[in-house]
Ligand binder design. Structure first.
Ligand code: FES
Length: 114
């Protein structure tokens, strides 16, 4: 997990204790739902809403770094947001920092007024 100094893009979204037993959480950032997903000890943040029909990606099963949508199983790579099945399907990813038990993501542009 990254430790470092956040720049102005980073906003706090949750504490590490908010992650469930699988290392997952979902947070609301402005009007965007963001999934927090731990894979091999590394925390990733990606848009939670599947571009196919709106499945909640944080509820999906992991296969390596591929997170499968719980509705129709489209896979999204948590590192890139890309779907290997569908070149036109992509979710946004966010850089993640952990500082003092708090999770920050580079999503300040998602919050009105910042
Ligand atoms: S809603 Fe995600 S694959 Fe269909």
């Amino acid at each position: 997990m990254d430790e470092g100094q956040p720049d102005g893009r980073f906003i706090p979204v949750a504490r590490l204790t908010a992650l469930d037993a699988r290392g997952r959480a979902v947070v609301q950032v402005g009007d965007t739902r963001v999934a927090l997903v731990r894979v091999d000890g590394q925390l990733h943040a990606l848009e939670d809403t599947c571009p196919h029909r709106g499945g909640s990606l944080h509820e999906g099963d992991l296969e390596g770094t591929l997170l499968h949508c719980p509705l129709h199983a489209w896979p999204f790579d948590v590192r890139t947001g890309l779907c290997p099945w569908r070149p036109d399907a992509k979710v946004r990813i966010y850089d993640v920092l952990v500082r003092g038990g708090e999770i920050l993501i580079a999503a300040s542009d998602r919050v009105p007024g910042r």
